[in-house]
Unconditional design. Structure first.
Length: 111
């Protein structure tokens, strides 16, 4: 797993309205573009790698899977808010998020 890279990706998306719009429009293409180092809110490092499971979770916008894969809960929530808040109400999103992450238990915060 590459929790660091998942977290870096989520932060890159969440910190830019343009990135959020591009990600929401075509998640799989945005992930591929980001991994290839297309211009974005941060510089391209040499280590942009996600596992297939991580790529699939981002492509599906599956925050439950991202949580299970080790995404940082704080970053994941803000990423989820940025990506979904235009599609649903905050209370509904909050409840859906809780239900999606609940089966995966409390996160292991050891880094």
């Amino acid at each position: 797993m590459s929790a660091y890279m998942m977290n870096k990706f989520m932060r890159a998306v969440e910190m830019s309205d343009d990135a959020v719009r591009a990600y929401v429009a075509d998640p799989a293409a945005f992930v591929a573009s980001w991994l290839d180092g297309a211009p974005g809110p941060d510089q391209r490092p040499d280590d942009r790698v996600l596992t297939e499971a991580e790529r699939a979770a981002f492509a599906a916008r599956d925050y439950g899977a991202l949580y299970a894969l080790g995404a940082h809960p704080y970053l994941l929530w803000h990423f989820t808010e940025a990506v979904y808040i235009h599609e649903t109400s905050w209370p509904e999103l909050n409840e859906r998020y809780r239900e999606a992450v609940r089966p995966h238990g409390y996160p292991d915060a050891i880094v």
